[in-house]
Ligand binder design. Structure first.
Ligand SMILES: [Fe+2]
Length: 202
């Protein structure tokens, strides 16, 4: 018997039904500098504010239905920005998202099957590491997703990741958002141990 413990989750849904009547130029209008929109709170813009409700519905499924986080905690969107990657003009870097619990990405201009996002396994430093005869779900150190247009993904902000190589002539655009939380944390904790005390964030 093999047990897989503490899995890392990537949530992916295609939002074509929600986005089919949405004017994509409203997402393309933002001024960019070096691959990112100058505005880091684009979802507060009146033209696309309506999209927030769609993303909040999905973060609710991810946090409440799948992770079963206590109902006294509410997730909301903090920062949000547009990325623009063009061949030869953008160097993807490995990163995590600080000051956030979860990260969401909506892909609205992609070369399907080519553009990608790569998630990396978090490992402490190893002085010696062995190779593997064959990659499988237990030893894999990187996982690549090729998003389709209107794919929306959510993942834990602590998971290292990077944009895959930009090898298409087509400009790749995504809308990135970060989720933070407010409410009562640790409501389920029993006992009076001070180190697991209830915390209220408003
Ligand atoms: Fe990222």
């Amino acid at each position: 018997m093999i047990y897989q413990i503490f899995p890392s989750l990537v949530y992916k849904e295609n939002l074509i039904s929600e986005m089919k009547d949405f004017d994509i130029s409203k997402l393309e209008q933002f001024e960019k500098k070096e691959g990112f929109s100058v505005d880091s709170y684009v979802l507060n813009h009146k033209d696309i504010l309506i999209l927030k409700n769609i993303f909040l519905r999905h973060i609710d499924i991810y946090t409440k239905d799948i992770l079963e986080i206590e109902k006294s905690v509410e997730f909301y969107i903090t920062r949000s920005w547009i990325t623009e990657a063009k061949e030869g003009k953008f160097t993807p870097t490995i990163h995590t998202h600080e000051n956030a619990f979860f990260t969401g990405v909506l892909y609205f201009n992609v070369e399907e099957e080519v553009d990608s996002i790569v998630f990396l396994r978090t490992k402490p430093h190893q002085y010696l590491s062995c190779g593997f005869e064959k990659v499988n779900q237990f030893n894999q150190e990187a996982v690549t997703f090729h998003p389709k247009k209107w794919d929306f993904i959510i993942f834990d902000s602590a998971v290292p990741h990077h944009m895959g190589p930009i090898i298409s002539k087509k400009t790749r655009n995504s809308l990135v958002m970060e989720f933070f939380a407010r409410g009562t944390f640790g409501k389920c904790n029993a006992g009076n141990a001070y180190n697991v005390g209830e915390l209220i964030l408003r």
